[in-house]
Ligand binder design. Sequence first.
Ligand code: AMP
Ligand code: ZN
Length: 488
Amino acid sequence: MQLKIYNSLAGEKEIFKPILEGNVGMYVCGPTVYSNVHLGNVRTFLSFDFIYRSLTHLGYKVRYVRNITDAGHLTDDGDVNNDRFVKQTRLEKLEPMEIVQKYTVDFHKVLDMFNLLPPNIEPTATGHIVEQIELTQKLIETGFAYESNGSVYFDVLEYNNRGLNYGELSKRNIEELFANTRDLDGQGEKKNPQDFALWKKASPAHIMRWNSPWGEGFPGWHLECTAMSTKYLGETFDIHGGGMDLKFPHHECEIAQGKACNGASPVNYWMHANMLTMNSQRMSKSTGNYILPMQLVSGENDFFEKSFHPAIVRFCFLQAHYRSVLDISNDAMLASEKGFSRLMEALKILNSITPNDEKQSGFSLEDWKTKCYDALTDDFNSPVLIAHLFEAVKFIFALKDEKETISAKNLEDLKSTLNAFVFDVLGLQNIEENNNEKLDQTLQVLIELRNQARKSKNFDLSDQIRDKLLAEGIELKDGREGTTYVLN
Ligand code: AMP
Ligand code: ZN
């Protein structure tokens, strides 16, 4: 089985060859934790969760690193008023690290709700200041960077003069960019407007600051990803992912920093996930066209007519390929809900099918499995994979109606393959089972509380718990093994 990955750097699908056979090093740009993640952000992280799950399912041992940007994420002008953390700190009257903690917790909660697996390493920018200072020093020593008024900039023209190509990922002709902007922009501290900050001098208003050989300041956003990815995955690693909007300048700068520091391209396969739009407009906080994940799940919003379970949102997202734009709308969500229910129903039916080894089936399990794996290994094509899963769903309903048969061996194979694709690879959750699990956990808590009440001779309370549950149709039965319950 050959895995093909669309490499943004090559502009085409390539056969995936990891640096170390059977192993994958994957880095994905994480969130800037200065406010709640919106549903658009979730789509990007979910795309890479699916890719991570797929790689693992295909047998790779993956080291998945996704960072937390918790130091100044500046616009390149270095204006403190544009620093997202500083702005939010003022707005919420909190310490910068309180802002970081608040939104990191929110981020984890949201991803957990959509059943995303945690990365293997989740490094923070503030935890890697030393590494960023070291890289900056190295870039100054090798002549790729220069200090100017307490800040340090990457010298893009110098980089290109040495035969390297700033613009290779975003396919921008940097010569032209230089020609167009050199005279227009006030260059200030920079030699050229394209030069980007590796280290920024902190103004008196800037709260997050660290000592450095160039005075007090804070690291540039692009450098943190170079520092953390190469620290944990090596100077050249297999996969780097992020949203499409990060291609330029963020990832372009990462390539330049990596090549200038180590003389080698830092990443073999660049993967970019496409954007989420809502009612055909890109989801973004700045335009107001956004929804928070909890608002979709709770139904408290002006865009959707009802609430949707996170598993249905996840299913909806995966019905589009990660490189395609996905438009979320009320109709799209309703259609996903229908599809999801049918898929779950088929899985339930599968458990009650009686195999028949006598009759020949019209459904070729082997062909079906091949088609599923072909989709998965064709640049992680989730919509095609899901379409194949629905061929199996159709077959399962035919089994139920006794219009089809399946042998015992194939039944087991179909069950385990379908379950693996649905739960391990797509990461969906069975809503019904989950609810049952929750109910069971809740009842165990109530039984425990009733036991405690009885021990302390509070029979009033213990009887109340028993009677109120009975009124809801839940009968508690006390036996030698303890208390059990029956749902009437
Ligand atoms: P940020 O916290 O702004 O750095 O963004 C975190 C991630 O969300 C980045 O990888 C962005 O590319 C991604 N992102 C932002 N807006 C959208 C959107 N509308 N659809 C999908 N991904 C997005
Ligand atoms: Zn990054």
